[in-house]
Design a protein around this ligand. Structure first.
Ligand code: NBP
Length: 478
């Protein structure tokens, strides 16, 4: 009998091609297919020596190459192309077969697709894959959803190709149906927040201290030796140290300051609004990118008055870089606390039983937000007494206790100097909001009752109440 493949990949653009190579390099015979066959042939010609690839020109040939139960990975553009490919292949599969969607699908689409395929006996495994092009080849962080049965059949192969940290694969079953894509979505939301916070730290050092990008690169390199050690800090130092070949200026000074967004950050915030979870750090990061993109509005605002104080000097300047490191660390903790809260809320809403400790564990390597402190997050959720919030876990409570004076100074200084720090400031406000015994929400309830008879609850009695604001202001139980 002709050789069959343990797994197949259809969609051989950058991600699919590298994922297929990763399977092959780990000794798995991999069937490969792409709508445009030239890409399939190119892959085999160029990288055929890395392992065993079984190329297919048609969908039928591709399915015939897979050993049952078939494991078919789709790596095509998210949205309509993914639906088209699922429809094409589902018609050729049998009950018990698995379709893995490794694209960046919205978890609601994954839930819809999972139900439709389950009715036909096919396992649909929405799988978040992070790490970009390089991760797909060398070891990504993999977040599979879908049924436990499908994970039993797929997990070992996915764990094989995933990044490893201390020998532990950065791949674990997140939960049923859309859990994997939900976790990936929040991962990307945290990534937005982390990048924004790092960008604010750079902006502060540049504008408050007048440091040049190449000097700031050195600061980031130093930070990367400590508790902030992470992929994003590491690449930030590289980008800041890079000089533009054309004019000899710092690269960052010749790039247009308009950040793009592909949508997963926006999805995170939209979903958080639906779930009622305050992910203010992620939201500010998305909004900061939107603001950066409004070129005409920004041009029109150039004459608006700012503060008189321009840069720091004396003692303020001497301690500022260290203060910014502390503010960055504290704000980053808040961004993760908010993201984990969203994962917990999604898990409760959709009955996924996602374990935040496992999520932290598989984010330690392979993915864009990989960082030293994910170990601490994992430990926090492994403890017998699970924290209500990451912020209330002992390690992080103490970390913020140590950083908060500097964090407050940085936010105050930024306001004084007119340097925008939506990420740092939102994180600090969230922290202060969470720990406040009383919030002005009580006044908002009064306002709502005044104009809309929305009622309110009292601190000393059960049940809703309304005050007759337009009459004699007597209070009634409702
Ligand atoms: P793209 O998102 O650029 O998609 C290109 C692939 O989709 C090609 O193989 C193309 O085939 C195929 N395709 C399209 Br477009 N429409 C199709 C259709 N109607 N039927 C069949 N195939 C179709 O590729 P990518 O950047 O490799 O990303 C793949 C997935 O992984 C996406 O969902 C992406 O969001 C996700 N992702 C990407 C990254 C990253 O860093 N790039 C990271 C994590 C996740 P063709 O060759 O015939 O045009």
């Amino acid at each position: 009998m002709a050789e069959r493949a343990r797994i197949g990949v259809t969609g051989l653009a950058v991600m699919g091609r590298n994922l297929a190579r990763n399977f092959a390099r780990h000794g798995h015979t991999v069937a490969v297919h792409n709508r445009t066959s030239a890409k399939t042939r190119a892959l085999v010609e160029e990288f055929g020596g890395e392992g065993t690839f079984l190329p297919a020109d048609t969908a039928e040939e591709f399915v015939a190459l897979l050993e049952p139960p078939r494991r078919l990975v789709i790596m095509v553009k998210a949205g309509a192309p993914t639906d088209a490919v699922i429809d094409e292949f589902a018609a050729l599969l049998e009950p018990g077969d698995m379709i893995v969607d490794g694209g960046n699908a919205h978890f609601a689409d994954t839930r819809r697709r999972e139900v439709a395929l389950r009715e036909r006996g096919i396992h649909f495994v929405g799988t978040g894959i992070s790490g970009g092009e390089e991760g797909a080849l060398l070891g990504p962080s993999i977040m599979p959803g879908g049924s436990p049965e499908s994970y039993a059949a797929l997990g070992p192969i996915l764990e094989d190709i995933a990044a490893k940290v201390d020998g532990v694969p950065c791949c674990a079953h997140m939960g049923p149906d859309g859990a994997g894509h939900f976790v990936k979505m929040v991962h990307n939301g945290i990534e937005y927040a982390d990048m924004q916070l790092i960008a604010e730290a750079y902006d502060l050092l540049n504008r408050a201290l007048g440091m040049q990008p190449v000097q700031i690169a050195e600061v980031f390199k130093t930070w990367n030796l400590g508790r902030l050690e992470s992929y994003l800090i590491e690449i930030t130092a590289e980008v800041l140290a890079h000089t533009d070949a054309a004019g000899g200026k710092a690269f960052v000074d010749v790039v247009q300051d308009r950040a793009e967004q592909k949508g997963t950050g926006r999805w995170t915030v939209q979903t958080a609004l639906d779930l009622g979870v305050p992910v203010s750090g992620i939201a500010e990061a998305v909004f900061a990118r939107s603001l950066s993109g409004h070129a005409e509005l920004r041009a029109a605002a150039q004459g608006l008055p700012g503060p008189t104080r321009g840069t720091l000097d004396g003692d303020d300047a001497d301690r500022f870089a260290d203060d910014v490191e502390q503010a960055l660390y504290a704000s980053k903790i808040v961004a993760y606390a908010q993201g984990i809260h969203q994962i917990q809320a999604g898990s409760a809403e959709y009955d996924w039983s996602i374990d935040p400790g496992t999520v932290a564990e598989i984010w330690r390597g392979g993915c864009i937000i990989r960082a030293r402190f994910l170990d601490r997050i994992r430990e926090a959720y492994e403890a017998e007494q699970k924290p209500d919030s990451l912020l209330t876990a002992d390690y992080f409570r103490n970390a913020i206790a140590g950083a908060q004076d500097a964090w407050r100074r940085v936010v105050a200084t930024a306001a004084e100097l007119g340097v925008p720090t939506p990420g740092f400031a939102a994180a600090l406000s969230y922290y202060d909001g969470l720990r406040s015994p009383r919030l002005p929400a009580a006044l908002i309830q009064g306002q709502r009752d005044f104009f809309g008879a929305h009622t309110y609850r009292r601190v000393d009695r059960e049940g809703p109440f309304h005050t007759d604001w337009s009459g004699d202001r007597t209070e009634h139980a409702v």
